[in-house]
Design a binder for this molecule. Structure first.
Ligand code: SER
Length: 316
């Protein structure tokens, strides 16, 4: 059997960092190459400093390590993207094209490309948003993900590149920090709570958004990538759900364990982005096709987040 060699692009990011560790457990550390624009420092497996906008540099890395799978996690997220839309479009699309092209040219076995709830806009059903829904995103990030999903589907149908994708909701984890997203408050809030600091939330208290705890997000990704190709009916990107909550609800969940925690609300430009997104997601296609089932609800996540962050801050 051919040995899988996996390249993770964006391995220094919020999801990429945790996914790299998880892949190294499954495929052995030496078979998982962590790459990022910035120097990741020494790790327990191969590391490359790589700009995914440079197709020649990408090709070199793929050849050097005999890569046969790519997980392309690098992207500019929703809030940062709005500050320089052309730059966000350029980075998100050009890096994806480079990944799709090298995968086609070198006949790679599998490609993973994350999409997002940001593909939806106000015209989409707000509750239990279906898999096949009108996609009119209001952020450049969302536009790049809709386009990316369609290019993934195109490369699959036209060239047979086995590209797989999930529409991640907001992802919450203690291992790494998010950067530039609209759902980032749901990570920040736990860090403030553990440090006994009051938190000023940039979304209003009743803004409900779909969210997923990191262990579920990583397991979903690995399960999708392990599923037999014949099971996968969606080649754009699968809706994926875990839980939905508002800032007031996550604050209440924290207060059950930390009664003195204080939160205030000062919505900024990210409120309009959040308002354009669904409050909950119908992920029945993922459940049906490859058996997706989330494990963590809000209180289970709060318990685990606070436990791990307390250990981290004590050790610091
Ligand atoms: N967490 C992302 C963001 O807020 C959504 O994909 O941009």
């Amino acid at each position: 059997m051919k040995q899988d060699r996996i390249l993770v692009i964006g391995a220094g990011g919020q999801i990429g960092a945790v996914l790299t560790d998880a892949l190294r457990e499954v495929y052995q550390p030496d078979n998982v190459i962590a790459s990022d624009l910035r120097d990741l420092g020494p790790q327990n497996g191969p590391v490359e400093t790589l700009n995914a906008l440079d197709p020649f540099a990408l090709e070199e890395v793929v050849k050097k390590w005999k890569v046969n799978q790519i997980y392309h996690l690098a992207a500019i997220l929703s809030a940062t993207g709005e500050k320089d839309p052309m730059k966000a479009w350029d980075i998100n699309m050009r890096s994806l094209f480079n990944v799709l092209e090298i995968s086609r040219q070198r006949n790679l076995a599998k490609v993973y490309f994350p999409s997002s709830i940001a593909v939806f806009g106000r015209e989409a059903a707000h509750l239990n948003t279906p898999q096949y829904e009108v996609l009119i995103p209001e952020t450049v990030y969302g536009i790049s993900k809709v386009a990316g999903e369609n290019w993934a589907n195109y490369y699959y149908r036209r060239y047979g590149v086995d590209v797989r994708s999930l529409r991640y909701p907001g992802i919450i984890g203690y291992q790494s920090m998010p950067g530039g997203g609209t759902t980032d408050y749901a990570v920040d809030i736990y860090h403030y709570a553990v440090q006994s600091k009051p938190y000023e939330c940039f979304l209003s208290q009743d803004t409900s958004l779909p969210m997923l705890y990191m262990p579920d997000a990583i397991r979903a990704t690995l399960e999708l990538m392990e599923a037999p190709a014949s099971r996968l009916s969606v080649r754009t990107s699968y809706n994926l759900a875990g839980m939905s909550f508002t800032p007031a609800e996550v604050a209440a969940s924290i207060k059950k364990r930390m009664p003195n925690f204080k939160i205030t609300y000062k919505p900024d430009f990210r409120q309009a982005i959040a308002d354009s997104w669904p409050a909950s997601i119908d992920d029945s296609a993922a459940r049906h096709d490859w058996g997706w089932k989330p494990e963590f609800d809000l209180d289970a996540m709060t318990k685990d987040m606070l436990h791990h962050l307390e250990l981290q801050y004590q050790a610091a």
